[in-house]
Design a protein around this ligand. Structure first.
Ligand SMILES: O=C(O)CCC(=O)C(=O)O
Length: 187
């Protein structure tokens, strides 16, 4: 899922070809779950505003594991708020946010600076999403995507998957890359 070709094409257009995966997780809104709180995504919430317009620091992908409806906690976004480069304004958000509904298998691709929240799950069933966070390689990922990856998975991983997992930053390899770079620069 993390290397779905259409999604990768969109993200690479925004972040550049050498982006990496900052996190990949399931998000479950159980029946009765209230909204998570309006936010911008990592790493913007660690930074002091005004946030930079460029380079773009994060793109979030929300996979709808089931239908997202008006009632089951579909996310809310304020269109265009990424251009404000500011933390969310709750009053502005409450007046402008729009619920994003869709069929299972649909994907929301959002700029990390776009103000968003989840809504209330007023149904009897959990609402599940899978979240992919992609960022430029110079942003320290919140999770270590390589942590749980078994060796045999790495051995059959595509170059793109290795790149997404930050394989080049594995300490022993990283040293080799740094050494080669240094040689190239000194040539
Ligand atoms: O699960 C969702 O609908 C969105 C969650 C989200 O936006 C987040 O965790 O940043």
């Amino acid at each position: 899922m993390v290397q779905h070709p259409t999604i990768i094409e969109i993200i690479e257009t925004i972040l550049g070809k050498d982006m990496t995966l900052g996190g990949f997780s399931a998000h479950i809104l159980n029946p009765g779950a209230t909204n998570m709180g309006v936010h911008v995504d990592y790493p913007y919430w660690t930074m002091k505003p005004p946030f930079p317009t460029y380079p773009i620091m994060e793109v979030q992908v929300i996979w709808m594991v089931e239908d997202f409806t008006e009632e089951n906690g579909a996310p809310l976004f304020t269109p265009g708020s990424q251009k404000l480069c500011s933390p969310p304004d709750l009053v502005h958000f409450s007046k402008t946010a729009e619920k994003v509904t869709g069929k299972a298998g649909s994907v929301v691709v959002s700029h990390g600076l776009c103000w968003h929240d989840t809504s209330v799950n007023a149904t009897e069933k959990p609402r599940v999403s899978i979240l992919g966070n992609y960022g430029p390689k110079f942003v320290r990922p919140l999770e270590d995507p390589l942590h749980d990856v078994r060796q045999e998975v790495l051995e059959r991983a595509t170059p793109k998957l290795k790149q997404l997992l930050g394989y080049q930053f594995k300490s022993d390899l990283f040293k080799d890359i740094q050494r080669i770079r240094l040689q190239e620069w000194n040539r």
